[in-house]
Design a binder for this molecule. Structure first.
Ligand code: ADP
Length: 747
C-alpha cells in the first residue's frame, strides 16, 4: 500500500482540536458528541444488520486468525503514513487510511472490516499521542463513514468471490458515500470555527474530495486484485506510487524552500528594521523552519515569548518551558528529543548570542521525530546570532536616542541662549531661552538665516553676528539687538566655530542676556553725570557770588550785598536738599515696607500745610483753590510740605513759563486729596509708573533739558505711603499732568 492517497474527508484540524481541548467553544463540543453518537449508531447497524455475512471477496483463502490482526496493523500504518501535498497555498496532510480501508472492506467480513478500520485508527491515535478530543472526533467520523461504506458495498456488491463489476460498483458507491459522510461531519466543525455555513464547505470541498476518493478506491482495488491474483507483482504495483510520492515530496520540498526563503527575506528586513525584532524573529523563523512551536527566553528573565503554528502571528508570553531549563545559557545549538511537551517530538535550541552580547536562547520544536539537518541547525544558529546583533543594534539605537533626547533637554532647559548656525549662516538649533531673549520662538527661527532674525541697530557692527574665522574660532562679542516688539537687548555671544578645509561648518553660540547688567551700568554712569551736574548747578552761582563779595564786597551797596547773600543762601539750601534727597534715596530700599523714612504722624490742618508749601515756592504761577476752611488730616506736616513742594515744583518745572499750576483740595473715598494740575508737556503712558522709580527721568540724561535727579517722585510716594496715603498720577502728553497726594482723615 504505497500509493499517495487523498483522505476524502480530512481529519479535524489542529486549531479545532485546540478549541475543543479547552472546551472554549460549546458548539464544537456538542458537534463532536453528535458525530461520536452517529458513528456508534451506524457501527451498531453494521453489526446488527450484517451479522454473519461473508466478505465481499469471500473465500480468498487467507486464514482469518492472522488476516484481521494483519489488516489492523496495515490500517494503522496507512493512517500514520502521511503524504504532504500542496494544495494552492495550503499544505494538506493526507494519510493512506482510505486505501487500507478498501482492502479491509474487500477482504474481511463486515464486522471484522469495521473492527480492523476502527482498531487501526485507535492504534494510530495511541501511537501518535493525539489529543483525546481530536482522536474521538476522528473515531466517530470514520466509524460512521466506514459503516456506510461497508453497508453499501455489501448491499450493492453482495458477497461473491471474484472482482466483478457489481463488486466494483458496490465499493465505488460505498466510497462516495464514505466521502460525503466524512466531509459532512468535518464541515460541522469547520463551520463553527470559520463562521460559515456547513453546506458551503461541503459544496466547496466535494469535488476535490470525491475525485481523490476515486483515486483511493482505484488504489485499494488494484492493490487487492494484484495481491490476490499475482502477488509477485505487488512490488511493481508500488513503484509508480513511490515515484509519484517522491515527485510530490520534491515539489513540496521546493515549495517549502520557497516559503522558507521568503520568510528569511522578511526576517532579514525585520532584523534590519530594529523594531519589534524579537517578536518578528520568532514568527518568521518558526514559519521558515515549519516548526510547531517557537520560543525565546531572555537571560535572567522568567518570561518566555512563544508562537505556535495554530496562530502563527500571535506571540504569547508565559513561563519558560521546562525543557529549556539549563539551556538558556548553552553556548552551542542543542537538539532535544526528550522531555518535550505532548505532541512535540523534536526541538532545536540555539543561543541568541553575538555582537558582544548574550541575550538568551530560542527553541523551535516540531511534531516530527526527524532531527534537523546540520545545515539547518547551522542556519538557525546564525539566525540566532543575527538576532543578537539586531538586539544589540536596537539597544544601541535606543541609547543613542536617549542620549540625544537628554542633550536636547539640556539645550532646551538651559537658562543661557544656545544656537547652532551652519556654514551657510542658517539657524539649526535655537533654544527656548534664546527664543525669549530675541522674542522669536524656535519654530520660527530654525532654518532661517541668522542675519534675518537678529536685527542689529545701525550703529552696531553687522559683522558682529558671525565674527569667527579659522584662526579665531572661539570669540566672544557683545551686541545690542532690537526684538520684533521693538525692545532692545544687550547680548553676549560666545562662539565656538568648527571649520573644515577653511570653510565654516558649524558655529555653536552660547548667548547670555546682559540687558540688566548693561542697564545698571548705564544707570550708574548716568547717575554720576546727573549728580555732578546737579551739584555743579547751584555751586557755580555760590562760588561766583562768594568771589564777588570777597573782592568787591566793600564797594557794594548794603542792598546788593543782602541780595547776593540771599542768593547764596538759596543755592546752599538747594544743595542741602539735594544731598538730603540723595541720602534719603540711598537709605530707602526698593520695597515700600523697608525702613528708612521716619514720619511723625498726627492730626494737622492740610489746608494750612498746602498754603505753606505754595508760600515756600513763592511763585506767581500757582493758583490755590478751596484752601480757606480747615481740612484736618493725619500727616507729618514737614514731610507733607516736602511732598507738595516737589509736586508743585515739578508742575512749574515741566510746563511753560506762562502756564499756571492749580492746587486744590477735595475729599473722596474716605480720603483727603490734594490735586496738583499743570498744563505742561505731560508724561508718556509707559512712564506713568516708572517716574516713581528711583532715578527715573523721562528726559534723555545726555541732553538734560531740565535739571533734576529723578528722586523727587520716588521720595514723595514713599513719604506719602509712610503716612498712610499715596501719590498717584494722571497725565496726557501735551495736555498736562495731575499729581494727587492722598492722606487719611483723622481717626
Ligand atoms: P526730577 O524732577 O528731579 O527729575 P522727579 O522724581 O521729581 O525727578 O520726577 C521724575 C521725572 O518725572 C522727571 O524727570 C520728569 O521727567 C517727570 N515729571 C515729573 N513731574 C512731571 C510733570 N509735572 N510734568 C511732566 N513730567 C514730569
Amino acid at each position: 500500500m504505497t500509493s499517495p492517497s487523498h483522505e476524502a474527508g480530512r481529519p479535524l484540524p489542529q486549531r479545532a482540536a485546540g478549541a475543543v481541548r479547552g472546551y472554549a467553544a460549546d458548539p464544537i463540543t456538542r458537534r463532536v458528541a453528535a458525530v461520536v453518537t452517529l458513528g456508534a449508531a451506524l457501527g451498531a447497524v453494521v453489526v446488527v444488520v450484517l451479522p454473519g455475512r461473508a466478505s465481499v471477496l469471500a473465500g480468498v483463502g487467507v486464514p482469518a486468525a492472522w488476516l484481521v490482526p494483519g489488516l489492523v496493523v496495515l490500517t494503522c500504518l496507512a493512517e500514520i503514513t502521511v503524504v504532504r501535498l500542496r494544495h494552492g497555498e495550503a499544505v494538506e496532510e493526507l494519510s493512506l487510511y482510505e486505501a487500507a480501508l478498501i482492502i479491509d472492506v474487500l477482504l474481511l467480513p463486515p464486522r471484522d472490516a469495521l473492527l480492523a478500520a476502527v482498531a487501526g485508527l485507535v492504534l494510530a491515535s495511541v501511537v501518535q499521542r493525539r489529543p483525546a478530543v481530536k482522536a474521538l472526533f476522528n473515531l466517530g467520523t470514520y466509524t460512521a463513514a466506514v459503516s456506510v461504506l461497508i453497508l453499501l458495498a455489501q448491499l450493492v456488491g453482495g458477497a461473491g468471490g471474484a472482482l466483478t463489476v457489481r463488486v466494483l460498483a458496490g465499493v465505488l458507491i460505498g466510497t462516495l458515500a464514505f466521502t460525503m459522510v466524512n466531509l459532512c461531519c468535518l464541515a460541522q466543525i469547520l463551520a463553527v470555527i470559520n463562521g460559515v455555513p456547513a453546506w458551503s464547505i461541503v459544496r466547496d470541498e466535494a469535488r476535490l474530495s470525491v475525485s481523490m476518493a476515486l483515486g483511493t478506491v482505484a488504489t485499494g482495488l488494484t492493490t487487492t486484485a494484484v495481491a490476490l491474483h499475482a502477488p509477485v507483482l505487488l512490488p511493481f504495483m508500488a513503484m509508480p506510487a513511490i515515484a509519484v510520492t517522491y515527485a510530490y515530496r520534491a515539489a513540496a520540498r521546493e515549495a517549502d524552500e520557497r516559503a522558507r526563503s521568503s520568510a528569511l527575506l522578511r526576517l532579514s528586513e525585520a532584523l534590519a528594521g530594529r523594531e519589534d525584532v524579537i517578536r518578528r524573529f520568532l514568527v518568521l523563523v518558526r514559519e521558515a523552519f515549519d516548526a510547531e512551536v517557537g520560543v525565546i527566553v531572555l537571560s535572567g528573565s522568567d518570561v518566555a515569548l512563544s508562537v505556535e503554528a495554530d496562530e502563527p502571528s500571535a506571540v504569547r508570553t508565559g513561563p519558560p518551558p521546562a525543557y529549556l531549563a539549563g539551556l538558556v545559557e548553552a553556548d552551542a545549538p542543542v537538539q532535544l528529543t526528550e522531555n518535550l511537551p505532548a505532541g512535540l517530538r523534536h526541538a532545536v535550541v540555539i543561543p541568541v548570542e553575538g555582537g558582544g552580547g548574550r541575550f538568551g536562547a530560542a527553541a523551535f520544536a516540531s511534531r516530527g521525530r526527524r532531527r534537523m539537518s546540520t545545515g539547518d541547525v547551522t542556519l538557525l544558529a546564525s539566525l540566532g546570532n543575527a538576532l543578537a546583533v539586531a538586539i544589540r543594534g536596537a539597544e544601541h539605537l535606543e541609547r543613542l536616542t536617549e542620549e540625544r533626547s537628554k542633550l536636547q533637554a539640556v539645550v532646551e532647559q538651559s537658562a543661557e541662549g544656545i544656537m547652532v548656525v551652519d556654514g551657510a549662516g542658517l539657524v539649526q538649533v535655537w533654544n527656548q531661552a534664546l527664543g525669549e531673549m530675541a522674542g522669536i520662538p524656535a519654530a520660527e527661527a530654525t532654518g532661517r538665516p541668522l542675519s534675518a532674525l537678529l536685527e542689529v541697530p545701525a550703529d552696531e557692527e553687522r559683522a558682529g553676528l558671525l565674527p569667527v574665522d579659522e584662526e579665531t574660532p572661539r570669540v566672544a562679542t557683545e551686541l545690542t539687538i532690537r526684538r520684533p516688539d521693538g525692545e532692545e537687548r544687550r547680548l553676549r555671544l560666545a562662539h565656538s566655530a568648527i571649520f573644515a578645509a577653511g570653510e565654516l561648518v558649524r558655529d555653536v553660540v552660547v548667548i547670555s542676556d546682559l540687558t540688566r547688567e548693561y542697564r545698571t551700568e548705564r544707570l550708574k554712569s548716568d547717575f554720576i553725570a546727573m549728580v555732578s551736574h546737579e551739584l555743579r548747578t547751584p555751586l557755580t552761582p555760590i562760588l561766583g557770588y562768594v568771589d564777588l563779595l570777597r573782592t568787591r564786597g566793600e564797594r557794594m551797596t548794603p542792598q546788593k550785598r543782602a541780595d547776593a547773600l540771599a542768593l547764596i543762601g538759596d543755592r546752599a539750601a538747594h544743595l542741602s536738599r539735594l544731598v538730603e534727597d540723595l541720602l534719603l534715596a540711598s537709605r530707602v530700599g526698593d520695597r515700600p515696607d523697608e525702613a528708612g523714612l521716619q514720619v511723625a504722624v498726627a492730626t494737622h490742618d492740610l489746608a494750612a500745610i498746602v498754603r505753606q508749601a505754595v508760600g515756600d515756592l513763592s511763585s506767581g504761577r500757582v493758583v490755590l483753590t478751596g484752601c480757606d476752611e480747615e481740612w484736618p488730616a493725619r500727616c507729618d506736616p514737614g514731610r507733607t510740605v516736602q511732598v507738595l513742594t516737589n509736586l508743585i515744583g515739578n508742575g512749574l518745572k515741566y510746563s511753560a513759563e506762562d502756564r499756571t499750576v492749580e492746587v486744590s483740595l477735595r475729599r473722596a473715598a474716605g480720603m483727603l486729596h490734594v490735586d496738583v494740575s499743570d498744563h505742561g508737556r505731560g508724561i508718556p503712558a509707559d512712564s506713568l509708573e516708572k517716574v516713581f522709580e528711583k532715578f527715573h527721568r523721562v528726559e534723555d540724561p545726555m541732553t538734560m533739558s531740565t535739571s533734576g535727579t529723578g528722586l523727587g517722585l520716588f521720595i514723595a510716594r514713599r513719604l506719602a505711603r509712610a503716612m498712610g496715603g499715596d501719590v498717584t498720577l494722571q497725565s496726557r502728553i501735551s495736555v498736562g499732568s495731575v499729581f494727587t497726594l492722598s492722606l487719611p482723615p483723622p481717626d
